[in-house]
Design a protein around this ligand. Sequence first.
Ligand SMILES: [Zn+2]
Length: 123
Amino acid sequence: MPLSPIRAARAVQILAARAALTCGLAHPATRTLLAVAASVAARAWEAGHRVHDVHPAPQLVQKDALVADDLYTRYMKAFQALNAHRAACGTCTDAVTCEAGAPLDERFTRLQDAYRARQSKQR
Ligand SMILES: [Zn+2]
């Protein structure tokens, strides 16, 4: 089953970030992955996902916490937990999620879907 546009964008974004960290920005692999990430992000945009779906801004966690946006706070914490796990995990890839990463990925996806559903109701 193909990945949804937003999951594909997240997956390529993570790959590009890993390549940038390990190989550097000038490496051809990094540059190729960044180009693919831009292309996939454009497709996610066309499918209705917005930039904050792929790049939740950490400073927004504090801003929204101040207005007691519990759903958004939980969504951002789930995003941070998943990213922290993936940064440290040697098993998780775009195609494979380890046993410890699976619940983090599921929680993040569920909270993102709930947040996006609420946002679309408010528009
Ligand atoms: Zn993992």
